[in-house]
Design a protein around this ligand. Structure first.
Ligand code: SF4
Length: 338
């Protein structure tokens, strides 16, 4: 039996190169080794973007298309939409009942987002409870591992604390701790040198046309000290160079030379990069275009994923009901379920 890995993304907009190097490339490697369950977590999107709820539906389909175009294989992995499996909310309810408020209020990501995000009112009951839904997402599939970056370690710790508390209160060992698969990913900034993000409008999307890629690459920040062509540059301080190291490592040595020796200017350097990115994204975009023309295939994949996810989720919930309410209680079993 392969171990189960769970991972998810919120459908809040088109995927960009940051998603590709930060998550999707790793997912491709994981699906070789584990049974992977990949969820498009639309409830999580709604928690933060409840005022833009109409765009979530379209984003779900676009996200599924991007995933498949990037190589996520529905024959090997389960791809589905969180809200299509209602057991996520049922397990969230069970976990909400046992989660002390202080754990959620102390959550560093929650505090940071309240501080940083001023354009949306996130002082809601739903948003405070998002780690409980996250824990439910993982525990519903009794996942053995979750791939995360170091900054997400507190989330996994919260899931572990909920697992232990559930097992302790109900004197069970049904849920087991899930491991973090720590992933080191290259740091890829947006074209303006800030974190690549939809909110900053500084991302190169996987679906950008060659013209958009060229335009965005042209406007990228470079070494601020390189003003004239004859000024030697400092590639390690240049965002354009960091793209070379990620997307064309074999070329980065040459770029380093021409930059530090002032042999080529930034305009030419960016033009070369845009050509590399266009070529790099071409196979993904080709596959993407096929899927866009055949959305029924995408809906079919999500439906098959829902079916597979639901079988696991219903089994977990049946056990949880029995553990919490007792086998013979009317709440402990659900006659409408197999
Ligand atoms: Fe950056 Fe290239 Fe200009 Fe050097 S030549 S500063 S690497 S854009």
């Amino acid at each position: 039996m392969k171990k189960i890995v769970f991972s998810a993304m919120r459908p809040t907009g088109r995927l960009h190169l940051g998603h590709w190097v930060g998550a999707l490339q790793n997912w491709l490697a994981l699906q070789e080794k584990y049974t992977c369950i990949f969820a498009i977590v639309d409830w999580h999107a709604l928690m933060g973007e409840y005022e833009q709820s109409r765009s979530i539906r379209e984003n779900i389909v676009e996200m599924a298309i991007d995933w498949i175009a990037c190589g996520i294989d529905p024959k090997r992995s389960i791809l589905f939409v969180q809200s299509h499996v209602p057991e996520h909310l049922e397990l969230q309810m069970f976990l909400s009942c046992i989660t002390p408020l202080g754990w959620l209020e102390r959550n560093p990501t929650y505090k940071e987002q309240l501080r940083e995000i001023k354009t949306r009112d996130l002082q809601t009951y739903g948003f405070l409870g998002y780690p409980v839904l996250q824990a439910a997402d993982i525990l519903l599939y009794r996942a053995n591992a979750v791939p995360i970056g170091e900054d997400q370690l507190p989330h996994i710790e919260l899931t572990r604390e909920m697992t232990r508390r559930f097992n302790h209160i109900y004197k069970t060992d049904f849920f087991t701790d899930c491991e973090a698969i720590l992933t080191k990913t290259p740091r890829l900034l947006g074209i303006d040198g800030r974190k690549m993000s939809k909110s900053y409008q500084n991302a190169i999307h996987l679906s950008d046309s060659p013209q958009e890629i060229e335009r965005k690459t042209r406007s990228m920040f470079t070494d601020p000290k390189r003003i004239k062509l004859s000024d030697p540059g400092h590639p390690r301080k240049c965002n354009v160079y960091s793209y070379y190291t990620v997307f064309a490592e074999e070329k980065s040595q040459e770029v380093y030379q021409w930059c530090t020796n002032a042999q080529k200017g930034c305009t030419e350097c960016k033009k070369t990069l845009s050509g590399i990115l266009i070529k790099y994204l071409a196979p993904i975009q080709e596959k993407r275009a096929e899927l866009v023309k055949d959305k029924n295939r995408v809906y079919g994949i999500l439906e098959e994923g829902r079916r597979q996810a639901e079988v696991i989720a219903q089994g977990t919930i049946r056990h949880v009901r029995e553990i919490v309410f007792g086998k013979d209680s009317p709440s402990g079993s659900d006659p409408s379920r197999p």
